[in-house]
Design a protein around this ligand. Structure first.
Ligand code: SF4
Length: 374
């Protein structure tokens, strides 16, 4: 019961970040970044495992020193998700993390300095099959570009990106992805739209320094929503001044809302009003927490009364419509059975888990048929 996204994605060249494909027809990946001290290996590993459990595809880790590069190696051995090392200027750190098995280098070639150092990093990346992420940020535009444009503009961001891209072109290294971030929604969207036609590499979307949990989530959703609707974007990070796990959840919610990626429970719930026959808000809050572990895509409607309940229930896997004296559960769009208010959440949880088991079983059988197993 899933809605097909009408979005036509921009065709980009695929790169591999560890075992995660980025670009081409790969699913749009969701990233986050650790905010622990990288030299604190235990804390950083703990945070990455938390992000893995939340479903993150790729994690970025800051590597500001050689001590952090050494810690990066220990961290890398203890986690499964691909890791990007975030490096500024120091090519020796890039070479060190390459030895430690990094899956992608976030380093701007134009900031490394001498040509021989840039070449050394690119040759090392080529030898080890490590892609590069160029990350242009309105807050750290080159001084000449600030002078030329007077202030950060979409054109200035694109010109900055092209300087880094030209270096990789000269060194014949096409395995990179690019981000062009600003904290302003209009600038971010305009910059990505400008660059999208000029290069074939995958684009990493994000609004930088977007804000706290609520304002950052809204700003990111607006900017990324516009770009994704245009078919632009191969991977994304929602930058929030909040727990990085929230970045992953908001990232997936943005993709889910555009049917670009299905993961976990897709809730449809009414805001409730005095017509509600059960406490919709309380039910939703409890259900969201109880069903957080589910990764199988499943659509669930929780609607307070018959005004919109039966209509919404028709198009979901499991639906609940408020009614008196009983509420009604729907399965696969059809009325199934009645349920009282006092065991509503338990019953809904049970129904959703049963449905997920059924979907998983069918997927397992389909996979067996595909590979010709008995
Ligand atoms: S579906 Fe019913 S309870 Fe929910 S907001 Fe609409 S009228 Fe109110």
């Amino acid at each position: 019961m899933h809605f097909e996204s009408p979005i036509k994605r921009r065709k980009s060249r695929q790169i591999m970040v560890g075992n995660v494909p980025v670009g081409g027809d790969a699913p749009i990946s969701v990233q986050s970044m650790t905010n622990t001290e990288t030299t604190d290996v235990e804390a950083t590993v703990g945070q990455i495992i938390g992000l893995e459990n939340a479903g993150v595809d790729i994690v970025r880790v800051s590597v500001p020193s050689m001590d952090a590069a050494e810690a990066f190696g220990h961290i890398k051995k203890r986690v499964n998700v691909p890791l990007i090392a975030d490096i500024h200027f120091d090519h020796k750190i890039a070479l060190a993390v390459a030895e430690q098995g990094v899956d992608c280098l976030r380093i701007n070639p134009g900031n490394i300095g001498r040509e021989d150092r840039v070449r050394e990093v690119v040759d090392c990346a080529r030898d080890k099959g490590i892609p590069i992420r160029i990350g242009v940020n309105a807050g750290s535009l080159e001084k000449e570009l600030q002078r030329k444009y007077g202030e950060p503009t979409p054109e200035a961001l694109v010109e900055s990106a092209m300087r880094h891209i030209d270096i990789l072109d000269r060194l014949n290294y096409p395995d990179f992805k690019l981000s062009l971030k600003a904290s302003n929604v209009f600038m971010t969207v305009a910059a990505y739209r400008l660059i999208a036609d000029q290069i074939e590499q995958p684009l990493h979307l994000g609004v930088t320094e977007a804000g706290g949990f609520r304002s950052g989530a809204v700003k990111s959703s607006v900017a990324l929503g516009m770009l994704l609707m245009d078919g632009i974007g191969d991977t994304l990070r929602v930058s929030l001044a909040a727990d990085p796990i929230q970045e992953v959840k908001v990232g997936f919610d943005i993709l889910k809302s555009l049917s670009l990626r299905a993961k976990g429970v897709n809730f449809i719930a009414c805001p409730s009003c005095s017509r509600q026959n059960f406490d919709v808000v309380k039910t939703m809050n409890e259900l969201e927490v109880r069903l957080e572990d589910i990764i199988t895509p499943v659509d669930v409607a929780v609607i307070g009364c018959v005004v919109n309940g039966p209509g919404e229930a028709k198009s979901v896997d499991i639906g609940l419509t408020g009614g008196t004296p009983n509420n009604l559960i729907y399965r696969d769009g059809k009325p199934s059975h009645k349920v009282k208010n006092d065991n509503l959440v338990d019953e809904l949880e049970r129904q959703v888990r049963e449905k997920v088991a059924e979907i998983d079983l069918k997927a397992g059988e389909a996979a067996k048929i595909t590979v010709g197993m008995p």
